[in-house]
Design a protein around this ligand. Structure first.
Ligand code: IMP
Ligand code: MG
Length: 185
């Protein structure tokens, strides 16, 4: 087989392509059942959720519109510190809309907790969260996640949109990086 630098950086595959696609389909079925024919706005959180969102939306059957947001949380030291930094806000007014936040992974929960509250203040009809991955062991801040895909252990993962230093987003599966990739940091 030809050598492939991208795949060679991966120690092991944690979630296969098939498992990801089955999970996306299961989440879409749940969402279709819950919303029926109600229109929804997918609030896609850049950049990591791009791949998941593009797979998920093709299984949704209600009228769907898309918008994007880029956020980061900082001051993560304690629960009391921490603000949400909006690098890019939604471009539409969400008042009266069903907003479904699309996230790649819930880790500490800090970002999503604050983001959900922030969007709720804009008087939408509803705000829910859909994530493909969840690391429950890492949770610091409680956040209600209505649609959760796959629980994974406390390991740093890449692929299917998730990055290490902006790389590896294009892997079709979720993998754990080889130790050698971090070396020299
Ligand atoms: P938190 O839930 O506020 O801690 O932040 C979650 C964000 O951290 C996600 O949207 C990811 O961008 C990033 N993140 C957390 N865990 C991982 C991981 O294992 N690999 C890549 N990015 C991660
Ligand atoms: Mg990242």
């Amino acid at each position: 087989m030809e050598s492939n630098l991208l795949h060679e950086s991966i120690d092991r595959i944690l979630v296969s392509e098939t498992h990801l696609q089955e999970t996306v389909f299961r989440l879409a079925e749940q969402i279709n059942r819950d919303y029926g024919n109600e229109p929804i706005l997918l609030a896609i959180i850049l950049k990591g959720s791009l791949v998941f969102a593009s797979d998920l939306m093709r299984h949704l059957t209600m009228p769907v519109t898309l918008d994007f947001m880029q956020v980061s949380s900082y001051g993560t030291g304690t629960a009391s510190s921490g603000f949400i930094n909006i690098k890019k806000d939604l471009s539409v007014d969400i008042e009266g809309m069903n907003v479904l936040i699309i996230e790649d992974i819930i880790d500490s929960g800090n970002t999503l907790n604050k983001l959900k509250k922030l969007l709720q203040e804009r008087n939408p009809k509803s705000v829910r969260i859909c994530t493909i991955l969840d690391k429950p062991e890492r949770r610091v801040t409680d956040v209600e996640v209505e649609y959760s895909g796959i629980c994974i252990p406390d390991e740093f993962v890449v692929g299917y949109g998730l990055d290490y230093q902006e790389l590896f987003r294009n892997l079709p599966y979720i993998g754990v990086l080889k130790r050698s990739v971090y070396e020299g940091e």
